[in-house]
Write a protein that binds this ligand. Structure first.
Ligand code: AMP
Ligand code: MG
Length: 452
């Protein structure tokens, strides 16, 4: 299998131990490639480059209701149909006024009253104030709003309590301050969340154009696999990767297409890929290590696949394979839009972490999403980590933050029996990163954490 080393154009990085922080710094030397495997950081950069390249091809779009837009990728821009706010809006219950007048602390006549939803009233006469509620239109002539709590009201007059003074603009949002009519507020490629949905609603979008979700084929392989509903015989296990990968694909914005598990034989894999390569992207679980029955790569090679990498210096997930293969169309294999694929090592935690780090990034590129790739946060390690240097390690971990904000976020690795330990995985909510150059990490170190 060929490694396309020429494609790696990132600056390699290494990690230093300085300051008790497991931190990425720029190196002065190129890493050695003696084992032929990429460093994790170089593999991540390569995957990121591919995701950016895939982003150039605009996916098909469809119209959906704004109510179904959460998590979808916008295929149009969102434009303000009017100024936002559409009128000068009070942010307080109180009295609209001219600050120069109210700052004299003399009683001023209450000339009128406006409630949220009333049409704009006014203008404000000189030497007067105007009673106003939160969300109501500030009458013309007023430059600020005195809060109800700061005003002494008696009959039809109101007076600002000394020593308080108002500055122009206080407690109101000027018309158009947030957005001007015709302004583009959200660009195509944004993954929609609650804030985008609120803004689109404020601009009158009842439905939206979004990109069609890429269809991701999930092909699990292994003679030991039986369906979830079956009782495993001696030496057999239930196929847990299929539903796990389907869940991961959905969370990353793809449409999972789960294929029947394939047996560890050339003919079974050849037949399965014939179908699976009709998808927009392909995830294969298992069969990519160096064992006698790891037949995935040769089968993909027979279909004319190109391999970007076959192995990364990481743990778990070292045998991870990334490439692209001719798409199967009604007219036969086509090189027009090759199908990106990942061969994920079969152990559940290996499959999950390699998908989260690499697969999700490529899927987002295919989905038309402007995305930064995996999001790491920093947290303080609370237990010691032991091990060998040489591979970037991703350990299942429990990340916790303090709702009272008194303690910085903390992370502890969970006890596990290796990358097949699904019970340990279910106790985790994250992976903590042990940099390649480190053997042990002591409690108190600041570490990168991938949340899932
Ligand atoms: P492989 O990558 O095929 O060498 O498999 C590595 C380990 O992962 C073996 O212990 C397999 O039994 C296990 N494994 C492979 N596929 C799955 C699957 N779909 N669900 C759960 N475990 C699996
Ligand atoms: Mg296998």
């Amino acid at each position: 299998m060929q490694h396309r080393e020429g494609r790696i154009d990132c600056a390699p990085r290494f990690f230093s131990r300085s300051g008790g922080i497991a931190w990425a710094v720029r190196p002065s030397t190129i890493q050695d490639m003696t084992d032929g495997l990429l460093k994790y950081v170089d593999a991540a950069a390569l995957v990121d480059g591919e995701a950016r390249r895939l982003l150039q091809t605009r996916p098909a779009s469809q119209r959906i209701s704004l109510w179904n837009a959460q998590g979808r990728v916008l295929a149009q821009s969102i434009v303000a149909d009017m100024d936002q706010p559409p009128f000068a809006r009070s942010t307080r219950d109180g009295f609209a006024c001219r600050s120069a007048e109210i700052n004299l602390h003399t009683p001023l006549h209450i000339a009128g009253s406006t409630h949220a939803g009333d049409s704009p009233a006014g203008p404000l006469p000189t030497g007067a104030v105007w009673e106003i509620m939160t969300g109501a239109s500030v009458p013309e002539g007023a430059d600020s709003v005195a809060m109800l709590e700061h005003v002494e009201r008696s009959g039809q007059t109101a007076q600002l309590r000394p020593p308080r003074v108002l500055t122009p603009g206080e407690n109101l949002v000027a018309r158009g301050a947030q957005a001007r009519s015709g302004e583009r507020l959200i660009e195509a490629g944004e993954t929609l969340g609650p804030a985008h949905i609120a803004l689109a609603a404020a601009c009158g979008y009842e439905d939206l154009s979004v990109f069609v979700r890429p269809r991701v084929a999930i092909l699990t392989t292994g003679d030991e696999l039986v369906p979830i509903g079956a009782a495993p015989g001696p030496g057999q296990i239930r196929n847990s990767n299929a539903p796990m990968l389907a869940a991961l694909v959905e969370a990353a914005g793809g449409e999972p297409w789960v294929l029947p598990a394939a047996r560890d034989s050339d003919s079974a894999l050849d037949a399965a890929f014939e179908i699976a390569l009709q998808a927009d992207m392909l995830l294969i679980s298992g069969g990519v290590s160096a064992g006698k029955f790891d037949l995935v790569e040769p089968s993909l090679a027979r279909r004319g696949a190109k391999f970007h990498f076959t192995g990364v210096r990481m743990q778990p997930g070292k045998p991870i394979v990334f490439g692209e293969a001719p798409r199967m169309t009604a007219e036969g294999p086509s090189l027009l839009r090759p199908v990106p694929f990942f061969g994920l090592p079969g152990n559940p935690i290996s499959s999950a972490v390699t998908f989260l780090l690499f697969g999700a990034r490529v899927l987002k590129g295919l989905a038309g999403a402007q995305s930064q790739g995996p999001r790491f946060v920093l947290a303080r390690l609370t237990n010691d980590v032991r091990g060998k240097a040489g591979l970037t390690r991703f350990l299942p971990a429990l990340w916790q933050s303090d709702p009272g904000l008194q303690v910085e976020p903390q992370v502890a690795h969970v006890h596990w029996h290796g990358s097949g330990d699904q019970a340990a995985f279910a106790r985790a909510n994250s992976f903590l990163v042990v940099p390649e150059e480190m053997d042990n990490l002591t409690a108190g170190t600041l570490v990168h954490v991938l949340l899932f």
